[in-house]
Design a protein around this ligand. Structure first.
Ligand code: ADP
Ligand code: MG
Length: 246
């Protein structure tokens, strides 16, 4: 864990747009080293855009993004990956024709790790997701949805991230598989101190997992606080937990 005073990720006044659709209208968000932070909100709120803007796609129109104190607002996308910020994007996007092992190697290539580091990282990922171990030579595209999500997270981990950003990792998964994914994230955070920013429509799971949460509505943060406290808020229960589709 970092002992520095500044958060690992710090976002201030962030605005981004697609043409004249304003997706982010001035976002402030912090993720401290060692923290799990959840970003929740309905479909179309701007959650994915916020994550992608950290990678410079789309570019910020205003505001500032700092990673470990360094201003990365205008840093080119390919250089941001070298800062060891990893992303498992919405919809997983593994390489379907490559084997599980090859997909994981793609993640390791980004890290420029030594052979022994790679092999230790691989052991760690396979211990976390034993299902992948049984399927190392199978093509990614033949895996179940849950296994593909495990592979996407495993590939991101192979890049030795300092910050892992996950976009809706439980989307479309059976409850039991979703729970395994959330348990793995909790384990990574507790054992390795991995810092995680997780986007979820499943507010219940996400806020139980996270130390802190932010609620996003129409491109703005409307609420933030301790995960357990947010879960008890009546407006959260009404909007995201009770009677809703989640
Ligand atoms: N590539 C795009 N082009 C145009 N509009 C987009 C694009 N991606 C997202 N949007 C719009 O930006 C807003 C925020 O979308 P998004 O960040 O995907 O929300 P969320 O991830 O919370 O569902 C929505 O109004 C959406 O329609
Ligand atoms: Mg999204």
């Amino acid at each position: 864990m970092s002992t520095s005073a500044h958060p690992l990720l710090s976002i201030r006044g962030l605005r981004a747009a697609y043409g004249h659709i304003e997706a982010l209208k001035g976002i402030d968000l912090d993720v401290a080293a060692g923290e799990i932070v959840a970003l929740i909100g309905a479909n179309g709120a701007g959650k994915s855009t916020l994550m992608m803007t950290v990678f410079g796609r789309p570019r910020a129109r205003a505001g500032e993004i700092r990673f470990d104190g360094q201003d990365i607002t205008h840093t080119p996308t390919h250089r941001i990956a070298h800062l060891r910020i990893a992303q498992s994007p919405e919809g997983r996007r593994i390489f379907p024709r490559m084997s599980v092992a090859e997909n994981l190697r793609m993640g390791a290539d980004a890290a420029q790790a030594s052979e022994s580091e790679r092999s230790a990282d691989l052991d760690r990922v396979l211990a976390l997701f034993p299902r992948l171990k049984e399927r190392l030579n199978q093509r990614g595209g033949t895996l179940s949805g849950g296994e593909q999500q495990m592979l996407a997270i495993g590939r991101a981990l192979m890049s030795r991230p300092r910050l892992l950003m996950l976009d809706e990792p439980s989307l479309g998964l059976a409850p039991l598989i979703a729970r395994q994914i959330f348990d793995a994230i909790r384990t990574l955070n507790r054992q390795d101190g991995l810092t995680v920013l997780i986007v979820e429509q499943n507010a219940n799971h996400a806020l139980k997992l996270a130390h802190r949460g932010y609620v996003m509505v129409n491109g703005l943060i409307t609420l933030s606080g301790n995960g357990a406290e947010l879960l008890e808020r009546p407006e959260i229960r009404a909007a995201y937990l009770e009677g809703g589709r989640h």
